[in-house]
Ligand binder design. Structure first.
Ligand code: FES
Ligand SMILES: [Fe+2]
Length: 367
């Protein structure tokens, strides 16, 4: 299932070098990304019009993309400007031009406007989604990590999995889920034609209290006080361990903000009194039954790179917990009309996403 006329984040910006083109895949289409002379990213169909070689295996010459096979060279508009084997004075045919895609860089990713209009007027393409809160790369208040993994799962199943709150105590029981509340309902939800938002109070739940009984210092406190191990870094959805262990009706210790911008940009912000963790989760539909999950992780504490190893291990562990269950889901592609799954009120975010996609389908934008 494809959502058309939408911005997709398709690569980590850090993965697109200034001097080397990069092949990525989106909905079964190979795309070549490269940086023009001014460093801005560009995208086009990754097939040389000459004999079909991948342009990702070519090179860059002063911001121009040169095919590695016979040296045909393309400018920033995708026009072929040089065919070395041509005799002097021979024309460069119009069919030698590439099909470019609108492309931008933002929030640490390279984005492509996915569409099927042969005569797209680039001036009609809207700006990137109005995403806020992603820390800048050099912001000293945050430590940033990023990575990627390939899952054998549908991109929408993955998105649904990350906006699904009630799986946490079960799927993540081996990591942060043991500390999650059984009943996590959004305190606030809203939607636009292209986005979903939920605010989730993040309390200390009874399991957490009983699990921690007799433990005078929480894992986080031990970490912050220097007597813990960096492995103890909290994860998104980790209830705040800085409230008193007794008092069953303690006020929410923190909140999570969950923002999804279509097509594939999910930002989870876990905000506690003393610290925050932000996570961008980006499922890129490769189109062959697999999805490349790109992620960026930000923490406002333990900002030393020395803590990266343990933090990375934790991120990979909880993503692996999600992957294991999401790859098992049947049918492979979610049914927007709800004939296959039995979604209830507690699945409100998933219901919200399917409603949004049904509206897109009615507008002829789902294929
Ligand atoms: S295939 Fe690209 S120049 Fe020949
Ligand atoms: Fe999960």
């Amino acid at each position: 299932m494809q959502l058309l006329n939408a911005w997709y984040a398709v690569a980590l910006a850090s993965g697109l070098q200034p001097d080397q083109p990069l092949t990525v895949h989106l909905h079964g289409q190979a795309l070549v990304l490269w940086r023009g002379a001014d460093g801005a990213p560009l995208a086009a169909q990754d097939r040389c019009p000459h004999k079909g070689a991948s342009l990702g295996r070519g090179c860059l010459v002063e911001g121009r993309l040169r095919c590695g096979y016979h040296g045909w060279t393309f400018n920033e508009q995708g026009e072929c400007v040089e065919i070395p084997a041509n005799r002097q004075g021979m024309n460069i045919p119009h069919r030698s031009h590439l099909r470019p895609y609108p492309c931008q860089e933002g929030h640490g990713f390279v984005w492509v406007w996915w569409h099927q209009q042969a005569d797209l007027d680039p001036s009609t393409v809207p700006p990137l989604p109005p995403i806020e809160h992603v820390p800048a790369a050099q912001d000293p208040g945050w430590r940033t990590m990023e990575g990627s993994a390939v899952w054998s799962a549908h991109w929408l199943r993955i998105l649904e999995g990350f906006i699904d709150l009630t799986h946490v105590p079960y799927v993540h029981k081996g990591t942060f889920g043991g500390a999650a509340a059984d009943e996590l309902y959004p305190a606030e939800e809203s939607a636009t034609a292209d986005s979903l938002y939920a605010l989730i109070d993040t309390p200390r739940d009874r399991h957490y209290r009983s699990d921690q009984a007799g433990n005078p210092l929480s894992r986080l406190k031990r970490t912050l006080l220097g007597s813990g191990h960096p492995e103890d870094e909290p994860d998104p959805a980790d209830p705040a361990p800085d409230q008193p262990a007794d008092g069953a009706d303690a006020a929410p210790a923190g909140v999570q903000h969950l923002n999804l911008w279509m097509a594939n940009f999910l930002l989870i912000r876990v905000v506690f009194k003393d610290f925050s963790i932000y996570l961008c989760l980006i499922p890129v539909p490769l189109g062959d039954g697999r999805t490349q999950l790109l992620w960026r992780h930000f923490r406002s504490f333990l900002r030393s790179p020395l803590a990266d190893g343990a933090a990375l291990k934790r991120v990979r562990r909880f993503l692996e917990e999600d992957r294991y269950i999401v790859e098992s889901m049947q049918p492979f592609e979610p049914d927007l009309d709800g004939r296959e799954d039995l979604l209830l009120a507690s699945d409100s975010m998933t219901l919200g996403l399917r409603k949004l996609l049904r509206a897109k389908r009615e507008a002829g934008l789902v294929r």
